[in-house]
Design a protein around this ligand. Structure first.
Ligand code: UDP
Length: 356
């Protein structure tokens, strides 16, 4: 099977490439502007097009025409960008993704489209977020943070409509805060905005800088191990009939914590993995100070994953294992791992961790 991964150089994409290459029968065609996160994967195992699809529509058309399945991960996905560059977010996360879907329709190719848990926005009915019943509630237009959620939601609606009309074979995935190695990017001590929370806290622990807790860190996120995410992807790949024109939450409802709890857990794990106490201190800041004007947050509820459970998938790694495995990667690279620190939770096979 030939699988095209658009946005292969990102966090989720690089893990999918690694996961897919564990099966010798799979041919991976990767496309991204950057290959930094793919460096540990032997280049002779897959084909890489280093290109920006926004400026090279002919490359997009050609790779899609060669594929059996197209996986679209192209997106800006850091809240700081939503408020500083909202037009760019719309252009890439809606317009460009629509062009990908159009190429899939033209060549009659199956599309697996990554959307976001963020589409639920501020939905809050005291129940888990369900793909079938939960309203999608976004903040006012002057809170520009919501352009990301709105772009993703509109994309879902357009793709779904094409699916219903019989023009497009598509599965839509809503990831809930995946965490693992090669997550976003590290930042210097004291930086604000920029990457998502795990990368910020990890950077702070490595540099000794402050761990900024935005607006008291009282909101919740359900974090999930990237290996569980790979296993969910395998379900979509293996079961096209049951997942056609369906939307799936992919997350771990049991790993639901406040951001303050996530910070404490990472401090605790730093001590466990290095044998030393971190010098970073938790420092409270406001959302506008940290991200800029137009920031608004969501107290996100955990996902209802009953649709995925019916397909036989369930996440396996608890929150401690999830954060420990991801932190281990960074502490190892920094030479800070204690010799006696616990090993990775999953077997490392060949090219990387097997996603089961
Ligand atoms: N956050 C924080 N400190 C940081 C970075 C983020 O307290 O250094 C908060 C952020 O305000 C939000 C939560 O962590 O409440 C999750 O943010 P993230 O950027 O990971 O992405 P989201 O889940 O909102 O897309």
């Amino acid at each position: 099977m030939r699988i095209v991964i658009l946005g292969a150089g990102g966090f989720i994409g690089s893990h999918l490439v690694e996961h897919l290459l564990c099966d010798d029968r799979t041919r991976v065609l990767a496309l991204d502007v950057t290959d930094e996160k793919l460096e540990s994967i032997p280049r002779d195992k897959y084909v890489l097009h280093q290109a920006d699809v926004r400026h090279t529509p002919e490359i997009l058309d050609s790779v899609v025409s060669e594929a059996d399945v197209v996986v679209d991960l192209i997106a800006y996905a850091n809240p700081s960008i939503y408020v500083t560059s909202p037009i760019k977010v719309f252009e890439l996360n809606f317009m460009q993704n629509l062009r990908v879907a159009e190429a899939c329709m033209k060549h009659r190719k199956r599309l697996i489209q990554y959307s976001s848990a963020e589409v639920y926005g501020k939905a809050d009915r005291g129940q888990l977020y369900s793909e079938e019943t939960t309203d999608l509630v976004h903040g006012p237009v002057n809170k520009q943070r919501w352009i990301y959620a709105s772009a993703k939601m509109l994309l879902e609606r357009v793709l779904y409509a094409h699916g219903e009309a019989g023009d497009l074979d598509c599965t839509i995935v809503r990831p809930f805060n995946f965490v693992g190695s090669r997550f976003d990017y590290l930042v210097p001590a004291g930086s604000m905005g920029g990457p998502r929370v795990f990368a910020h806290f990890m950077s702070a622990l490595l540099t000794g800088g402050p761990m900024y807790l935005v607006d008291g860190g009282s909101v919740h996120r359900a974090f999930m191990h990237i290996s569980d995410a790979n296993a969910a992807f395998q379900v979509f790949l293996d079961r096209p009939e049951e997942t056609r024109n369906e939307i799936f939450n992919v997350g771990n409802p049991d790993n639901n914590v406040t951001i303050r709890e996530a910070a404490s857990l990472m401090i605790d794990l730093f001590e466990e993995l290095t044998g030393n106490s971190p010098t970073s201190e938790i420092t409270e800041v406001s959302g506008e100070e940290f991200y800029g004007r137009g920031y608004e947050d969501a107290d996100r509820l955990p996902p209802d994953i009953s649709k995925m459970r019916r397909l036989g998938w369930a996440p396996k790694r608890d929150i401690r294992t999830t954060f420990r495995d991801a932190m281990r990667y960074y502490l190892d690279r920094a030479g800070l791992l204690a010799v006696s620190s616990p090993a990775l939770s999953h077997e490392v096979v060949g090219l990387g961790a097997k996603g089961t």
